[in-house]
Write a protein that binds this ligand. Structure first.
Ligand code: CIZ
Ligand code: SF4
Length: 307
């Protein structure tokens, strides 16, 4: 339910959006009131395509920094705004350019596949990007005998290695939010709701993925729940997804696999900050041209392989 104050803020934002000819793109993990006013809500892959294809000159990205950076990389002529420049992804920030260069020196023939949850300078030293919704497709496009270094999410990487039956070198990072699902708690929920299907994100620990009926990206979870004959689902990803799940499936029941599936960085974007950002056209997200051009190659390759 949206509060009266949020309703006023929403009206202000919609007015400013028109005035500034701006387009608002939000991630599924955003607060409900932010998703509700966005022009487009999606996962990071769909957000990147929406930014690239948007005819608007001003794009406000309601998501963490790598999502706004991706829009800036793909849309060099446009003004890309973030309502909260400090909103970042702790997992994305664990890997350094030196980590990647050191690996490449040791394994010059290997292909570096970079999860979109990375800063621009990491994309710039990678061969191809992927998101959780297209990672299988991307890796299947690589030569069968190629060595692969998947960065930085070790759990998504090991999920892909298992699913595709190929050996993949991994980095050691993982998502602190998805780590909040406890196996014992999930087992209790499964007992309590025996008819519920368990749908989880592959950023979860493998022992959680092993207990699931389905593992996939946010978009994958959304599509699975929408198409399923099932009536109840235990959801193992960030709580913001409940908004779209419930909106698309008003008659189905969704139970979070943990009360702590909250990404504080995603939630740091509020309606007040969105309004300020549009009013002042701040904070603008830019990427130095030398890095942008190289990172764009890895992102464009992802788009080509995924389409
Ligand atoms: O790729 C994304 O948008 C994230 C962070 C999750 C997902 O699976 O969609
Ligand atoms: Fe990063 Fe995890 Fe938050 Fe996604 S949910 S932005 S991976 S910390």
């Amino acid at each position: 339910m949206i509060s009266p104050r949020d309703e006023l803020l929403t009206q202000d934002i919609l007015r400013l959006k028109k005035e500034k000819s701006a387009y608002i793109i939000a991630h599924y993990y955003q607060r409900e009131e932010v998703q509700a006013l966005a022009d487009f809500v999606g996962d990071s892959y769909a957000m990147a395509i929406a930014a690239k294809e948007s005819p608007y000159d001003v794009i406000l990205v309601a998501g963490v920094d790598f999502m706004a950076e991706t829009a800036a990389i793909l849309c060099p002529g446009k003004i890309v705004l973030t309502p909260e420049p400090a909103a970042t992804c702790p997992m994305a920030n664990t890997i350094t350019v030196n980590d990647v260069l050191a690996y490449k020196k040791k394994h010059p023939e290997s292909i570096v596949v970079c999860y979109v949850n990375t800063p621009a300078e990491i994309k710039a030293v990678s061969d191809v990007c992927c998101t959780s919704s297209n990672a299988v497709k991307i890796i299947n496009r690589l030569p069968e005998n190629a060595g692969i270094f998947f960065i930085p999410d070790q759990y998504l990487g090991s999920y892909l290695a298992k699913k595709l039956g190929r050996s993949i070198d991994l980095f050691s990072a993982s998502c602190p939010t998805h780590a909040n699902i406890e196996k014992e708690h999930l087992l209790r929920l499964k007992e309590q709701f025996p008819h519920a299907q368990v749908l989880v994100h592959p950023e979860c620990h493998p022992e959680i993925v092993d207990l699931a009926d389905y593992a996939g990206s946010t978009k994958g979870i959304l599509d699975y729940a929408t198409q399923s004959e099932g009536k109840s689902f235990i959801i193992g990803t960030e709580c913001g997804i409940l908004y779209s799940l419930q909106k698309n499936n008003p008659d189905k029941t969704f139970i979070l696999a943990s009360e702590e599936l909250i990404c504080p960085n995603m939630k740091s974007i509020t309606l007040d900050k969105v309004r300020y950002s549009l009013e002042k056209l701040e904070t603008r997200v830019t990427v130095p041209e030398e890095i942008r051009a190289k990172a764009a190659l890895a992102l464009e390759r992802m788009i080509e392989y995924a389409s």
